[in-house]
Design a protein around this ligand. Sequence first.
Ligand code: PMP
Length: 422
Amino acid sequence: EAELIARRDAVLGASYRLQYRKPVHFVRGEGMWLYDPDDRPYLDFYNNVPSLGHCHPEVNAAMAEQAARLNANTRYLEPRLVEYAERLTSTFPPELDRVVFTCTGSESNDLALRIARLASGGEGVIVTSYAYHGTSAAVAAVSPNLGAAVNLSPYARIARLPGPAGVSDADASGFFEAEVRAAIADLQRRGIGVAALLFDSIFSSDGVWIDPPGFIAGAVEAVREVGGLVISDEVQPGFGRTGAHMWGFERHGIVPDLVTLGKPMGNGFPIGGVVGRRSPMEKFGNTARYSNTFAGNTVGIAAADAVLTILQRDCIMESVLAASARLHAGLEQIASETPGIRAIRNAGLFFGVDIGLDSDSTHQRRGRALDVVNLMRDDGVLISTTSANEDTLKIRPPLVCQEEHVELFLRSLRKALVEASS
Ligand code: PMP
């Protein structure tokens, strides 16, 4: 193992960080479980890409069947591409009736920024304090989560979220709107037009600040008043993770101009997309030449089509609501009995749990959160951390999580909290 880590470091380099103090090696996955070479099972409460469960047999069969027959690009007539595009857009409000396919969430956001800049004539992009939107040069430059190592674009502005700023729910909407209006004013003072407000409606890398529902509506208005577009990054909340809605923006009662998709769309096969209103999408299509070799290829569409079918047929969102309610209740109970949980926030099966004692320093809280994550890993349960200080547990199981998995998870968390505080 040590030898493999050394070889890995030598050839892959520093950006390929391993998760956990004691890295794990998996050789197969099935449903909620990953297995190491000794066939030890690990309960996966972290991976949101295989949202229908690891190695879903039906998705695999759809991909294998298509790969054995044909894997071609979008420049040929292909009924399934059109059918899937129709099925996908029918899950959105009727104004959002166009789609362009990509391979990753980063590409989706990169393309959405190009569309928004063309449609608005502006360059400025407003994001939240610890937002992450992807890897391309353009989206990394509007991803403050990447820290000082990546220079924010001179066209990027930050709007602080109400939750981490300690603002009450009653004042949240006004606070966020004022932040966005201040960002707009600052851009305009420098002669920069506003292209977009770009947000992930779960605010996952900010630490999962989802409440109160609707708090972004005033900010959306403010951006539209100056001709900017509203881009909802659904890479995290999309495809039913919040349980109550297929798309995270619905929770806030708004209809964006552009919506970006990724991660769970192909349950592991790299496929993403931008869904949008006709006007900006057509303006872009008529002006720019967009071609993407792999995006929307026949195998990717087969995977995405199978994912959408299973999501709808198996009523996955209903089971998300049931599992998340049980998980929330269990976390509340642990918090009432065991010290070390300061707050619990969730939308469906995306939870942020703030770790630490009120008397802890930020550094101590981060240490405790990391201890909990690593103790649980040793116990065979996978989670991670998020937020500005990395002192929030990020709990994000595949959507097929059942009550029995929730119970196993809660037992492991309780044990880890006790050990971490002893
Ligand atoms: N947006 C959000 C909100 C994300 O969480 C991520 C990935 N963590 C991305 C975009 C980028 O997606 P990808 O890694 O598929 O390019």
